[in-house]
Write a protein that binds this ligand. Structure first.
Ligand code: HDL
Ligand code: ZN
Length: 440
């Protein structure tokens, strides 16, 4: 390695360009991961002006559908009986059963235990009471700031449903934007449940027909244009079943081809496809009742190949689909894999998926999103992501150093910035996502 003069070494050290020795790499990776202001590219959080849609506080944390799935395994309570309880009674039951009577060792229970500890509360009867008192005194605006700072995120990307009667009317009434939140035009009701929702568009003055005849596709594009103007989304999105096919002679196939995909091009927006859900395999447990299925990703291949001008931000739910998603991302630059979604967001799987993505895609993917439904979940979901990815990125750079390249703090910082910020900023609607200079 060429010797640098002492002075230039000091200059380069200050600038982070000094070659790192292998043992230094883990500390640099940990620090840069800690410092990066992450963009959380998919959540179910809401900006304050969307009111009660935004969930926060200990009773919402405890009645998260991930924990509801677990309570039915530990407690003898039947779903029908559980749903008759009040939210507080549900939270009391979950707290007692999953946190006091049993060790909170699952990913979702341990996460709430971490949030409680970070906020200064014990895992005890009194801890729950004190937490409730704390949350009752919080002002949401400043609480959001505190929670985002604790989680190390700068923005949360929302999931906004224009056909949800409550949310739609809030947007139509002029919901005040909040720079910490980005909007997303979520299209499940149009693409997956057209038969149940086409009349909502008709009622709003869009001349659509159930059979998609007449001016329907143009009117769907006009509906999307109106909502793009209202929400200024950073992408359009839809979750899709494991049986999703494209092309397909179907309502969804026609609406995608003639409505959503051209509209995304018109507005320079990616389309987020979240593929692999087996909806409501157990409807008795409601939101917790969805499962997973391996999808045929040739649908994705056809979309990326047929629409090279479109960008597809894609997460797949089945672990068995992850490797082929990486292969497809190598074939199509308009495909951006993101996140370890839902049943994948567990360290054992995040590690496998992230390693194969780094090996096959370098830093050209988005490693994670929180999918948070309750504000304070971002505290544990992003702490867990940093904890899981630290050793993986360290190993990646140690291998690079071992194989003869010079590794520097600047390189590590730039890689982490790309993974957790700039990949999204460049892929999403550039006009909407303020490309903030990364923290120096
Ligand atoms: O469709 C989605 O966006 C999924 O993330 C569902 O909301 C799912 O219920 C979920 O919360 N997964 O984490
Ligand atoms: Zn989600």
């Amino acid at each position: 390695m060429n010797r640098m003069s002492t002075q230039s070494l000091e200059q380069s050290a200050a600038a982070g360009a000094e070659p790192l020795k292998s043992p230094q790499i883990s500390t640099v990776v940990r620090d840069e991961l800690q410092d990066v202001p992450i963009i959380d590219v998919h959540t179910h959080l809401f900006m304050p002006s969307l009111g009660k849609l935004g969930l926060w506080g200990i009773d919402e944390l405890l009645t998260y559908h991930y924990l509801e799935a677990e309570i039915f395994r530990f407690s003898g309570i039947q779903p029908e009986e559980y749903w008759r309880l009040t939210k507080r009674e549900q939270a009391d039951l979950i707290w007692r059963t999953l946190f006091l009577e049993n060790a909170p060792i699952s990913e979702a229970t341990r996460g709430v235990a971490y949030v409680m500890r970070e906020l200064g509360f014990e895992i005890s009867e009194s801890g729950l009471r004190e937490a409730r008192e704390f949350f009752a005194q919080q002002d949401l605006g400043s609480h959001i700031g505190r929670v985002f700072a604790m989680a190390g995120i700068s923005e949360a990307v929302m999931t906004n449903d224009p056909l949800d009667p409550e949310e739609g009317s809030l947007w139509e009434g002029g919901a005040t934007p909040d720079s910490r939140f980005r909007a997303v035009l979520r299209l499940d009701r149009i693409l997956n449940k057209w038969d149940q929702h086409w009349q909502a568009l008709l009622a709003k003055g869009y001349k659509v027909e159930q059979g998609l005849g007449g001016a329907t596709l143009a009117e769907v594009r006009r509906f999307l244009a109106d909502w793009c103007a209202r929400m200024k989304p950073v992408y359009m999105a839809c979750s899709l079943p494991d049986t999703f096919q494209f092309p397909e002679e179907s309502v969804r196939g026609t609406l995608l081809q003639g409505g959503v995909i051209p509209s995304c091009r018109e507005h320079d927006l990616p389309l987020s496809l979240m593929i692999g859900v087996r909806y409501q395999v157990n409807p008795k447990i409601r939101l917790a009742g969805d499962a997973v299925g391996k999808a045929d990703l040739r649908s994705l291949e056809h979309l990326c190949a047929q629409f090279p001008e479109n960008r597809f931000l894609t997460s797949v739910l089945s672990r068995e689909n992850q490797h082929e998603l990486c292969v497809y991302a190598r074939k199509f630059a308009n495909l951006m894999p993101f996140g370890c979604w839902w049943f994948l967001n567990n360290p054992s799987i995040v590690e496998e998926v992230t390693r194969e993505r780094l090996e096959m895609l370098g830093a050209s993917f988005i490693p994670q999103h929180s999918d948070a439904r309750v504000l304070e979940q971002v505290i544990y979901k992003w702490r867990n992501t940093r904890r899981t990815l630290g050793p993986i990125l360290t190993n990646t750079f140690q291998l690079l150093a071992e194989d003869g390249a010079i590794v520097t703090r600047v390189q590590i910082r730039d890689t982490i910035q790309r993974l957790f910020r700039t990949n999204f900023e460049r892929f999403a609607a550039p006009a909407q996502v303020s490309v903030q200079k990364s923290a120096s």
